[in-house]
Design a protein around this ligand. Sequence first.
Ligand SMILES: Nc1ncnc2c1ncn2[C@@H]1O[C@H](COP(=O)(O)OP(=O)(O)OP(=O)(O)O)[C@@H](O)[C@H]1O
Length: 693
Amino acid sequence: MSDNTEIDDTPDDEREVTGTPPEDDDHSAADDAGDTVESGGAEGGGLDDLGSEVEVESGASLDDEDGLLGGLGIESTSDIEVPDRLVDQVIGQDHARDVIKKAAKQRRHVMMIGSPGTGKSMLAKAMSQLLPKEELQDVLVYHNPDDGNEPKVRTVPAGKGEQIVDAHKEEARKRNQMRTFLMWIIIAIIIGYALIIQGSVLLGILAAGVIYLAFRYGSRGNDSMIPNLLVNRANQTTAPFEDATGAHAGALLGDVRHDPFQSGGMETPSHDRVEAGAIHKANKGVLFVDEINTLDIRSQQKLMTAIQEGEFSITGQSERSSGAMVQTEPVPCDFIMIAAGNLDAMENMHPALRSRIKGYGYEVYMDDTIEDTPEMRRKLTRFIAQEVENDGRLPHFDREAVEEIILEARRRAGRKGHLTLKLRELGGLVRVAGDIARAEDQDVTTREDVLQAKGRSRSIEQQLADDYIERRKDYELTVNEGDVVGRVNGLAVMGEDSGIVLPVMAEVTPSQGPGQVIATGQLKEMAEEAVQNVSAIIKKFSDEDISEKDVHIQFVQAGEGGVDGDSASITVATAVISALENVPIEQNLAMTGSLSVRGDVLPVGGVTHKIEAAAKSGLDTVIIPEANTQDVMIEEEYEEMIEIVPVSHISEVLEVALAGEPEKDSLVDRLKSITGKALEREVGQQSGSPSPQ
Ligand SMILES: Nc1ncnc2c1ncn2[C@@H]1O[C@H](COP(=O)(O)OP(=O)(O)OP(=O)(O)O)[C@@H](O)[C@H]1O
């Protein structure tokens, strides 16, 4: 199979998978051959062909589309042929891939916004492979005899530059040979004259020295005729790809080196000190700038000029250097720019540069996840093959190892029915697993290796979170049994992929003046909002008005972890109700959820990691928002350890979390007896807003 192979874009539910490759007269392999720019949105790899090309394992049927490998009948990833073109190696990101193909054809700029490791620079590189390499040019800088500080710039077809420089060098060499020959003749004559006619050896040596120096420095002029090959595109197999991420002005826009001698015959001619910037090296190719907002504003402005003009003179970037005196004629920089970054990058980039890209190009948002279909699982299998082949040293993965990686891709998606597209990180797992197998001299990487790799390739946050959980156990800080008034085990996330138990304590005291919410640190705002939201509910169901009391909230050891948004607001509300009513809370449970003013429990992020943290901390029940149930993808080992209770209303939270029976007619009693919908209605009426249907 090659990049020219048949491509199956048919949706899974429409395609019948059989042992023979699907036939498609309109899209034959020959159609794709030689297609440099447009592939009609098709993707290479032809994974659906695999069943016919590789031996199908007994029992592994291609009709088994629900299998983890999407029905692929392979024994290991070595049975998969990796497409040659980078654009065909991209997994998912269909929109971005189509845009790249279109933009390559139309020579448009592209802005790609999205999470790290989702394939932005890979696509940019892929674009450079789609551009015609016939247009590539070499750039030469020549000495300008009229103005030494304004070197001349000339372009020639790729490969010609070297020939021109060689020809000049040869000419200079011949001229130097002639001069040297002449010099020695003159020296011989002078020495002969001094010895024979004048009879003075000293005079002869002095005269010879003077002549030698005169010839030596006089001949330097010859070198100044040799042009400087600023951009050399000889032997280039694709259009250039230049990564200017984090480049300082000189590396981006070109520079002229300082010359300490500057005059007196020792100086280096200015054209020889000119250095190309990434914008010039990217001429006729792709300039990729990640985190574009980190470029200083001056560089962004100049980049904009370069985009507009398609050429940009090179000058010394340091004002105090002699290079600043030099400014070349305009140097071509006709590149396609791919600006990348996360959402912040977009907000902080120079508005004129942004509008330039917007006006003359495309903007793409990269996907973090993709729907989990048999087709995608087949592609993920190919991804593993790609990573193994690109590394060059790793053993291929057997079926079970591939299955384990696909399960991990599901887990990392954090969304039911999806697979992660943060493939750099997943590729990291593939490499660690492969390294483990290699260290053991295995022929293939097995499921065991992947499981070991998962343990080893934990992020810093995961390691910190586990350490934190262990330390809390050591100091017996995690309370996981009995019941306590005003204390609730909350849950928080650390980084992107780990959770911790974050207890919240509340105390309600009479206030001297108007009541306040007293909480410290960055969580103060969230605590205040949570208390405000719960106060409407409390007011409705009791004679208490907590706005007349001081509510103290403490996030125990919150400095060690983070709370995302308001994901601890049901925790705060429960702790406040418990403290106010003096009703204890079960300590064997933890909770996460966001509280609305009407008492609804709204979805939050990182539930899987939070649930796992609760299990690791020895808790046996966890309350999560009902809307998050579809996101739960905890590891098998935790499934037995913890019961997950989905809730949609604060009344259900209290039902589960409060210990013992509340006093008749108390706030808690009333709250517990009311269903979510009824409470919604009552609070809705109280606040004068219509209740939802
Ligand atoms: N969609 C994808 N398809 C195939 N491989 C991918 C994809 N996304 C990432 N990878 C793998 O991850 C590696 C890193 O991806 P890449 O550098 O393109 O990410 P990025 O989005 O540019 O990230 P960053 O913004 O951090 O530079 C790639 O070389 C490739 O191995």
